[in-house]
Design a protein around this ligand. Structure first.
Ligand SMILES: [Zn+2]
Length: 237
């Protein structure tokens, strides 16, 4: 049994539609439509609407009927998406936003497609999301992990509009053949002044596939438990 927030599906699919139609219309306002800005926008919206949880036994859930209430909710979500696009575009992250490129996409070599990794960082004292200007690193065997392309950052910098959410998407790793299962051991690390160092270790089992996956999808997301950051002894008054 699993809890599933169906608003995540609604928001991600609406954000994708709106950004795609922006691109199709020639993007007159020159809004950045890169993967990171799309995720930041989805984050912005999800932090401003109530989650809608359902219990699911299977991975895929379809909403068969749209009630009037659902339609109204969608209108509200779209309004917040447009507000989010403006905010995120105004406060663009400092990194090279680009068109999605992935050098491995067109090769037909077997690879381990590492899922995107999503988590949330909370203040350990009052459980509020961390909005401070701090950085979190994703490491594998001590090394900083390479991201799938330059739209993804490692270290990742928290920002006030993402309310503690962070995402990484590691680059695919070459495999000898398909259908091999391997455990990848990762850790996320925060070392910043005034807070106790945080290290969280986790394992992701991945089965190698015939080619690399270059489209972001929620089905290929690895969710971390909420992480807590504590002020260090010296910083507490
Ligand atoms: Zn961007």
């Amino acid at each position: 049994m699993k809890l599933h927030n169906i608003n995540e599906d609604v928001v991600i699919s609406e954000v994708t539609n709106i950004f795609n139609s922006l691109e199709e219309s020639g993007n007159p306002d020159n809004i950045c439509t890169c993967a990171q800005c799309r995720i930041d926008t989805a984050c912005y919206v999800l932090n401003r609407i109530k989650p809608h949880y359902i219990v699911s036994n299977r991975g895929v859930i379809r909403i068969e009927q749209e009630s009037i209430e659902e339609q109204q909710k969608k209108v509200d979500i779209i309004t917040i998406i447009h507000e989010g696009i403006k905010q995120i575009n105004k406060n663009r992250r400092v990194f090279s936003h680009g068109i999605y490129t992935n050098s491995l996409t067109d090769t037909n070599r077997p690879v381990f497609n590492i899922p995107s990794i999503v988590g949330r960082l909370l203040n350990g004292i009052n459980f509020t999301p961390i909005t401070e200007d701090i950085k979190i690193e994703l490491r594998c065997n001590g090394d900083i992990v390479t991201m799938i392309d330059n739209n993804w950052q490692n270290p990742y910098q928290f920002s006030s509009y993402c309310e503690g959410m962070f995402t990484f998407w590691p680059s695919p790793i070459q495999a000898e053949s398909t259908n091999v299962i391997r455990d990848f051991e990762f850790s996320v690390k925060i070392k910043t002044f005034g807070f106790e160092e945080l290290n969280h270790f986790f394992k992701i089992p991945v089965t190698s596939e015939i080619r690399s996956i270059s489209t972001f999808s929620r089905d290929r997301t690895f969710k971390l438990p909420d992480l807590y950051l504590f002020q260090s002894g010296d910083a507490v008054q």
